[in-house]
Ligand binder design. Structure first.
Ligand SMILES: C[S@@+](CC[C@H](N)C(=O)[O-])C[C@H]1O[C@@H](n2cnc3c(N)ncnc32)[C@H](O)[C@@H]1O
Length: 180
């Protein structure tokens, strides 16, 4: 099972029509489309106009998506505290593009920290790291270190049994957690 199949299977029972969820990397719109079918509202970000064009085209039958041409590092300008019950990050570059626009580790960390702070208690962050891509390992080590140092609760760490294959963390913000 690839990481995206794992993620979609995992989150399907977690989201309902009263939930607002956030796609931090819209890309080709596959996650945005999946989330739009489950949630009441989806807020989606990408810094690539081409990614937003593709995502909007893919989700044109839905009217519950708010797209932002903005960096996920500025998520707090668009999402209110406790508004969202799930954030998803699919890091790396836009598949089928020139691969020049890809996530940058410091911006990804900034976005992750803000997302965790904004996330509702009993909410989830799903994050996938692509180790093989440029800067992939550095991005993974930086965020993994932050997650472990702050003792965030990792419910699942999914990784296919192949060298350098992507890693997905399912992170849970429990009722008793602090905002880090
Ligand atoms: C692997 S793709 C996402 C795939 C997508 N989730 C899907 O289902 O098709 C990563 C995306 O992150 C975007 N990205 C890179 N840096 C970003 C940033 N600072 N803020 C928001 N999106 C960013 C890229 O433009 C690219 O489209």
């Amino acid at each position: 099972m690839n990481n995206n199949t794992f993620i979609h299977k995992y989150i399907k029972p977690l989201i309902g029509k009263t939930d607002t969820v956030v796609d931090m990397t819209a890309g080709n719109g596959n996650d945005t489309l999946f989330l739009a079918g489950l949630a009441g509202k989806v807020i989606a970000f990408d810094i690539s106009q081409e990614a937003l064009r593709r995502s909007k085209e893919k989700t044109k039958d839905f009217d519950n998506i708010e797209f932002h041409h903005a960096s996920h590092g500025d998520v707090d300008l668009y999402v209110k505290k406790d508004e969202a019950s799930l954030f998803i990050f699919n890091l790396g570059y836009l598949p089928g593009s020139d691969e020049k626009t890809f996530t940058q580790k410091d911006e990804s960390l900034k976005a992750f920290r803000k997302a965790y702070g904004l996330l509702r208690k009993k909410g989830y962050i799903i994050i996938t790291f692509y180790l093989r891509q440029i800067g992939g390992y550095d991005e993974y080590y930086l965020l993994d270190d932050f997650i472990k140092k702050n003792k965030l609760q990792i419910l699942e760490a999914y990784h296919q049994d192949k060298m350098d294959s992507p890693i997905t963390y399912i992170i849970y913000k429990s009722q008793s957690s602090t905002d880090e």
